[in-house]
Design a protein around this ligand. Structure first.
Ligand SMILES: N[C@@H](CCC(=O)N[C@@H](CS)C(=O)NCC(=O)O)C(=O)O
Length: 341
């Protein structure tokens, strides 16, 4: 039998033998739909979304939930939402240990985390095993849980945000939130193309740099990452010259949201923790810096979805192979600069 220490090291080991990090494919891939005969019908009160406020993939989903008012009156201090929200929310403790994500408890409290509202479970992994007793993948967030069939519907953020964008619209009261469409038809090819570029070369590239366990793998990844930050920077510069605020015009799209959750974590976390330090957003990327602040400070419902404590504590205190003493750096101060700076 392997010792607990060995197991801990195994689950918190992200790179393979070649020193490179390879993200596993998500295994639950069903969709929620408003079509009357669908297995997972878009109904109010039927689904719970489980997230971590540290996780950039889960926070994409939270941005959709909050800006489209699928959760009502999200309180960023407690992570509670109104009981009559269309979708329920559960938020894990920022610390991930050898058994993965867990919920807080009286002995193990955590600001802005919640209990499991459905079963009082201690861990996210229990949801995976309830859905699929033989499950052998990673226990990731986000998770969309169906209370009716007591199963995971989907654990892939890029798919979850697509059905949140359209399928619950008939239940949303607020006309502005209802009308928000982050994947409008005329822009779909451009969004898909940009997503392709940002997913592998920015969103996932910070992990590939940070989890690398071989010098040459790290160098290749970090150079590629900064090359693609340069590409996005010039794209935003030309947008700015056309008086357009976002990546694809003056309306926020899925591409902005998918990039935002990585860029907002960049200076406070990825620069030092994942060694993505060939530059910082605030000093070296003026257009990306304006763009990230514009979204953070000016788009209603976004700021509350960013919890810098969860972000910094999670990465620096959970990844024991990268940071064995779990010391969390204090800077940068502030974590995000004001817009007018
Ligand atoms: N492809 C997934 C990735 C989600 C993911 O990797 N989440 C991380 C947190 S940032 C996680 O839960 N990791 C736990 C683990 O790998 O054990 C998505 O986009 O939804």
């Amino acid at each position: 039998m392997s010792s607990p220490k060995k197991v801990a090291i195994e689950i918190l080991k992200f790179a393979g033998k070649d020193g490179a990090y390879k993200r596993k494919v998500s295994q639950f891939r069903n969709v929620i739909s408003s079509k009357p005969d669908s297995k997972y019908l878009a109904e109010a009160g039927r689904y719970t979304v489980y997230i971590s406020l540290a996780c950039p993939w889960a926070c994409r989903v939270l941005m959709y939930l909050n800006t489209k008012k699928l959760i009502k009156n999200f309180n960023p201090v407690t992570s509670t939402v109104d009981k009559d929200s269309i979708i329920d929310l559960a938020v894990v403790h920022w610390h991930m240990d050898d058994k993965g994500w867990r919920f807080p408890s009286a002995e193990d409290p955590c600001d802005a985390a919640t209990a499991d509202p459905n079963y009082g479970y201690r861990r996210i992994r229990e949801l995976y095993f309830k859905s699929e007793p033989e499950y052998d993948g990673r226990f990731t967030v986000p998770v969309v849980w169906d209370k009716k069939s007591q199963t995971i519907v989907n654990n892939e953020s890029s798919e979850i945000i697509r059905f949140l964008n359209t399928e619950f619209n008939h239940l949303i009261e607020d006309p502005v939130a209802k009308a928000l469409d982050y994947y409008p038809e005329p822009l779909q090819p451009a969004i898909d193309e940009l997503n392709e570029l940002t997913y592998e070369n920015i969103n996932n590239a910070v992990y590939k740099s940070g989890f690398a366990t071989a010098q040459e793998v790290y160098e290749k990844e970090v150079i590629n990452l900064f090359k693609h930050l340069d590409i996005v920077e010039s794209k935003l510069k030309s947008q700015n010259e056309k008086n357009e605020k976002y990546l694809l015009g003056n309306n926020l799209t899925e591409s902005d949201i998918r990039l935002f959750t990585t860029i907002i974590r960049f200076d406070p976390c990825y620069v030092q923790h994942f060694k993505c330090n060939l530059g910082t957003i605030r000093h070296d990327y003026p257009y990306l810096h304006n763009w990230v602040r514009e979204i953070y400070w000016n788009v209603p419902g976004v700021k509350e979805t960013v919890n810098f404590d969860h972000i910094k504590f999670h990465y620096t205190k959970s990844h024991i192979a990268i940071n064995p003493h779990g010391i969390t750096p204090l800077g940068p101060i502030p974590h995000i600069l004001p817009l007018e700076n």
